[in-house]
Design a binder for this molecule. Structure first.
Ligand code: 13P
Ligand code: SF4
Length: 437
């Protein structure tokens, strides 16, 4: 069986296969990734192989049923031709969205490729598409469903494509935290009209948390607009509760001049978040104890090694990386910021990039005039982004051709209404170039 499409030269699947069969030097964190994701769909509790395989999958997480055999047994060439002909017969009735971290074998069929902010905006601007096939992760498909019309179906090709960081904040724990903050700070605004706490959720969160923000005077941010959103929140609140990614919250607020001593870490597993009353009283940004296992892999010593081996190298990392890594890099920014920085550089530039390997390898192939490499030499993709394989894309598209909608992501209308408020506040906020300097 061929899992690799010949038209995907930058393919991470190809790299992992090459490492596993000894044709390429290097190492991967998960040699099992040479198998199709259907090998992990049934009966394996967890996120699957890749960067987040050690994270705790919450009980009741969505699981993918068995992919029909026709798709499991297909060659790369067969899948390509099935996808192409299904897309041709569906025409503008379907739009395929692809996040930058998707495999090349999937990205090549996407009508829109972008970061989570761009894809959210694009989904909103497609009123004529009957179906949006979202090649990304669950929270992105939920967001697309919230922003699109009631007659449009949003489809996630593999339901097991969640996000371990998003799962680190659940609605019950956030509500408990909120009740404790209300008990301490009350609900009355100060003399300048600012409420005690404004909640801000990263896009990488469930629709329930976005709805919580919408209903509590809060807002959503992505990594491409986090400082604009924090400014928005500070105008309205004395302090911010930021979830689920501690690193994006800390890195963004620090770049805005917020002292670290005013950013306590709320640990939902501990009573009172594990924080003293004094720490809460002094807080400007209360950070949730969540993180991304892909970006946690990047270290200051990788940056030192890159600088030693490549004098003049420009190091750019995603703001989900730990603070020490962002501080040691030349700049930090969203995936879109990284793409644009590379596109704008003079030929012959050398870049060491700290973000997901599918994007880094694609950039290296798209910009042969530069030298571009990943800071982490171990090939370790995002476990859940990697669960979207062309076999699932072929399946959901052929089901659509047959008039059947499978793997639809449907956010209940009450949750969607609150989440839409928080998302529209974000979409109305001016985009920024968070930490791009
Ligand atoms: P972007 O917001 O840059 O698209 O990143 C999404 C994500 O999941 C990063 O890990
Ligand atoms: Fe989630 Fe990290 Fe994967 Fe992004 S890269 S989807 S934050 S686990």
């Amino acid at each position: 069986m061929t899992l690799i499409d010949d038209r995907a030269p930058a393919s991470v699947a190809r790299t992992i296969a090459g490492i596993s069969n000894g044709e390429l030097s290097g190492s991967t964190c998960a040699p099992e990734l040479t198998e199709g994701p259907w090998a992990f769909d049934l009966g394996m509790p967890g996120y699957g192989p890749g960067a987040s395989q050690g994270d705790l999958l919450p009980a009741g997480s969505a699981a993918q049923g068995e992919l029909p055999e026709r798709y499991r047994r297909a060659s790369g060439e067969e899948l390509s031709s099935w996808i192409a002909s299904a897309k041709a017969s569906l025409g503008s009735r379907v739009a395929v969205m692809g996040h930058f971290y998707q495999r090349d074998e999937v990205v090549q069929y996407a009508d829109f490729v972008g970061d989570s902010f761009q894809l959210a905006r694009a989904a909103r601007e497609l009123p004529d598409a009957e179906a949006i096939v979202f090649c990304g992760v669950h929270f992105m498909a939920e967001t697309a469903d919230i922003l699109t019309g009631p007659s449009q179906a949003v489809i996630l090709p593999n339901l097991a494509a969640g996000c371990s960081m998003a799962d680190m904040a659940d609605i019950d724990s956030v509500e408990e935290c909120w009740a404790e903050l209300e008990a301490r700070f009350g609900t009355s605004p100060d003399e300048s009209g600012r409420v005690p706490v404004t909640p801000v959720t990263y896009m990488n969160s469930s629709a329930a948390l976005k709805a919580f923000c919408g209903e509590h005077g809060g807002i959503v941010c992505t990594s491409s607009n986090a400082s604009t959103v924090l400014e928005w929140a500070f105008e309205r609140g004395q302090r911010v509760l930021f979830f689920p990614d501690q690193h994006l919250g800390r890195n963004t607020a620090k770049a805005m001049g917020v002292p670290l001593s005013t950013m306590p870490l709320w640990n939902p597993a501990k009573a009172g978040g594990g924080l003293s009353g004094e720490a809460l009283d002094a807080s400007r940004v209360i950070l949730w104890n969540g993180f991304c296992s892909v970006h946690k892999r990047f270290t200051v010593s990788q940056i030192s090694a890159a600088r030693a081996a490549h004098p003049g190298v420009r190091v750019i990392v995603h703001p989900e990386c730990p603070m020490e890594v962002v501080d040691a890099a030349d700049s930090a920014g969203s995936t879109d910021y990284i793409v644009k920085a590379i596109a704008a550089a003079p030929a012959g530039s050398v870049f060491a990039i700290g973000t997901e390997i599918n994007l880094v390898q694609r950039l290296a192939a798209d910009y042969p005039q530069h030298e571009i490499f990943c800071l982490d030499s171990v090939v370790c993709p995002c476990s859940t982004m990697y669960r979207i394989h062309p076999a699932y894309l072929a399946w959901v598209l052929e089901e659509l051709v047959a008039g059947r909608v499978v793997n639809q992501i449907s956010v209940p209308s009450r949750v969607a209404a609150g989440a839409r408020v928080a998302l529209e506040r974000m979409l109305a906020a001016r985009p920024d170039t968070t930490m791009a300097a």
